[in-house]
Design a protein around this ligand. Structure first.
Ligand code: ATP
Ligand code: MG
Length: 359
């Protein structure tokens, strides 16, 4: 995957820009609050996923202009592609002159991984955070998964609404069946996809984890399911009465979680800061390997402020490991990337992005 050109107008604080990036390493340098993360975010949107910073599309366009357009030309699967995203409260997208019915349909055409300081919460944050990681990662390689997720969450909110209505005597229990059918059908598909995806991750993560950290311990990931795919329908039925009382669906993949283990100990509960950070980074780098394995193409890597958090040994490992990918990396202090031998440096100041030098 290679971004050949990116331009934009009206995206957050960024002044109109048009950039031809380096095919390998692009450093986005600037002081705080200048627009570095905003620029990475504009690239990320071409994966079809929502922003990694907000769920509200409207926040993405400049607060004064209220609308924006970003264009990208990229090479994927040996073909040239041109895509545009237009944001006016909601996102719309055009791919190779074809209007897409939803911007999320860009998924599978352009792939990227993003690592931001927030990702350290992948290990110790809420279960929702880990489910989101899985859902975004799987959607990128299996666009059909996104469709299944949508169906699942639609049925879930309908069932939750009905549960409350039934509790207040405004609706009948018999109405629940059709939503439970949908929940068990799409829910079991979701669980199977997630387990299959983790098997793929496991092929790479052990080695990457060893490389990234000094830890020699054995490492594995466990998917914690509230219900197996096979038992989902029956369990939903069994928990009906409790769910009516609480007004909330207690069984299904929307309650599942992941745990990471080092030598049989949960990293979430027992891990050191360094171990947690190494696990989060390993997950992201493994995600890139899985994308390559499934699609035959490495994703673009968007690394936001990652170097300042790492010791030189880890910095070196990352910089060497991602040589196979086109990288966009932000930093406040150019000294952080002094180990880099080649690439293009862009300076961001007050939303203006300028190419400065070729290293
Ligand atoms: N919709 C918007 N319209 C106008 N300005 C915005 C919008 N959204 C964010 N900004 C502004 O963009 C600025 C730059 O944000 P960004 O997160 O990209 O900074 P950064 O260069 O990554 O800084 P840091 O080094 O602190 O992470 C912020 O000051 C923010 O107020
Ligand atoms: Mg930033």
């Amino acid at each position: 995957m290679l971004i050949n050109k990116i331009s934009g107008n009206g995206f957050r604080n960024l002044a109109p820009f048009s950039i031809v990036p380096d095919s390998k390493m692009n450093v986005i340098c600037g002081e705080n609050a200048q627009g570095k993360t905003n620029f990475l975010e504009s690239l990320w949107l071409f994966t079809g996923a929502k922003s990694f910073r907000t769920n509200k599309d409207g926040e993405l366009s400049n607060i004064y202009l209220k609308e924006c357009k970003i264009n990208m030309t990229f090479t994927a699967f040996e073909g040239e592609n041109e895509a545009s995203i237009i944001i006016k409260e909601r996102r719309r997208a055009v791919l190779n002159d074809k209007k897409l019915s939803s911007a999320s349909l860009l998924a599978g055409n352009f792939c990227a991984i993003v690592f931001s300081p927030d990702d350290l919460t992948l290990v110790s944050g809420s279960p929702e955070r880990r489910r989101k990681f899985l859902d975004i990662a799987i959607s990128q390689i299996y666009p059909k998964y996104l469709e299944t997720l949508r169906r699942y969450y639609r049925a879930l909110s309908q069932r939750n609404y009905l549960l409350k209505e039934i509790k207040q005597g405004r609706n009948d229990v018999s109405m629940l069946s059709s939503f439970e059918k949908e929940l068990s059908l799409s829910g079991s598909t979701i669980i199977k996809y997630r387990i299959r995806y983790l098997k793929l991750i496991e092929e790479f993560i052990t080695d990457i984890y060893k490389g990234i950290s000094d830890f020699k311990e054995s490492f594995y990931i466990k998917y914690i399911a509230v219900s197996s795919p096979e038992e989902l329908e029956e369990k939903l039925l069994r928990h009906r009465n409790d769910d009516i009382l609480s007004g909330f669906t207690s069984i299904g993949p929307h309650r599942d979680d992941l745990d990471f283990f080092i030598d049989e100990l949960s990293v979430r509960n027992f891990g050191s800061q360094g171990q947690k950070r190494s696990v989060a980074l390993s997950l992201k780098l493994s995600e890139a390997e899985v994308i390559n394995k499934i699609t035959g193409e490495y994703p673009v890597a968007l690394l936001d402020d990652v170097m300042s958090e790492l010791d030189p040994k880890r910095q070196n490992y990352i910089l060497n490991h991602i040589k196979k990918l086109q990288v966009f990396i932000t930093c406040c202090d150019p000294a952080n990337i002094s180990n880099l031998s080649s690439g293009t440096v862009f300076k961001v100041q007050g939303g203006i992005i300028e190419k400065t030098e070729k290293k």
